[in-house]
Ligand binder design. Structure first.
Ligand code: SAM
Length: 287
């Protein structure tokens, strides 16, 4: 067990996690600007991208790069600096560090070394898109990027198709049409989907419809910009598996009494639901 009192005097430095705009520079918070000015060093995913932000807000703090290809050596170096008392801010190119972006290794290492990790609130594409989607915002699962390989993508979607909570994905415009086709195949044509495109930017757009409708839209549209894909949870699941703890007879009676089926129809449906031969269900009913 470990406790962290973020603002207690301490001879180590602090690791600040600073979100940056996902398109609109006005979304930079006062605290984020001040933190980037105050720290000794900014660890950036791409120093050129962050430099533009720093220029805009007249911040001249020293920078260093921290990205997926130098994580191990850079984590060690940054931890050394933090242990020596330097305050460090970590930023990614856009949005929240660590959310489908570099950062988590540094956070874990800082925690191991009892270095305070202070998160700042701020821009994030997933949650920003979610609140305007019109799809139930909780519970939700943030999934990030699905696999690029078709077979793995289908497998991943298959493990997600019965989830009852809202699902939030990131996807590149180059793979979006394919992803939506697989989604309609695996989740069913009628699943509600919202595409949130270029959120906070000039061409912000929301496309809301069934999996098939948005898939057709994606096929017919020149896809440009960045997308969040929000998918409603599976609300048929309760009905589909309700019978799991029932006897065959209870299952048939449910179909007859609540779904107003004839006994013949109910026997057929129950056999289908349970993957049993019809004669077995028939025998159980007429016992
Ligand atoms: N760390 C970022 C965050 O907190 O949202 C996410 C970085 S991830 C590498 C980039 C992906 O986020 C894009 O491919 C897209 O799916 C999504 N994204 C980022 N900015 C977006 C925006 N303005 N509108 C829609 N989606 C965006």
């Amino acid at each position: 067990m470990q406790t962290q009192q973020s603002y207690k005097e301490n001879d180590k430095g602090t690791l600040y996690l600073v979100p940056t705009p996902i398109g609109n520079l006005d979304d930079m918070t006062f605290r984020a600007i001040q933190t980037l000015k105050d720290v000794d060093l900014i660890a950036c995913e791409d120093t050129r991208v962050t430099q533009k932000l720093l220029n805009h807000f007249e911040i001249d703090t020293q920078k260093t790069s921290y990205h997926e290809h130098n994580v191990n050596e850079k984590t060690r170096e940054l931890i050394r600096d933090l242990l020596e008392g330097k305050n460090i801010a970590q930023v990614s190119d856009a949005g929240m560090p660590s959310i489908s972006d570099p950062g988590v290794e540094l956070v874990k290492a800082a925690i191991e070394h009892q270095i305070p990790v202070v998160p700042l609130p701020g821009p994030n594409a997933a949650v920003t898109a979610l609140i305007a989607s019109g799809i139930s915002p909780q519970p939700f699962t943030f999934y990030g990027f699905l696999s690029r390989k078709k077979s793995e993508l289908t497998e991943e979607l298959d493990t997600l198709k019965d989830k009852e909570e809202t699902l939030v994905f990131y996807e590149s415009p180059y793979r979006l049409a394919k992803m939506l086709k697989s989604l309609a195949d695996v989740f069913g044509e009628d699943r509600q989907v919202v595409l949130a495109r270029e959120v906070t930017k000039r061409y912000e757009e929301f496309v809301r419809g069934t999996a098939t409708e948005v898939s057709v839209w994606a096929d017919e549209t020149e896809l440009k910009g960045e997308f969040v894909v929000i998918v409603s949870g599976n609300d048929n699941i309760v009905e589909e598996t309700l019978w799991e703890n029932w006897t065959i007879l209870e299952h048939i009676e449910y179909k007859m009494n609540f779904e107003k089926m004839s006994s013949k129809q109910a026997i057929k449906e129950v056999a289908k639901d349970r993957g049993l031969p019809k004669r077995e269900v028939y025998a159980e009913y007429h016992q």
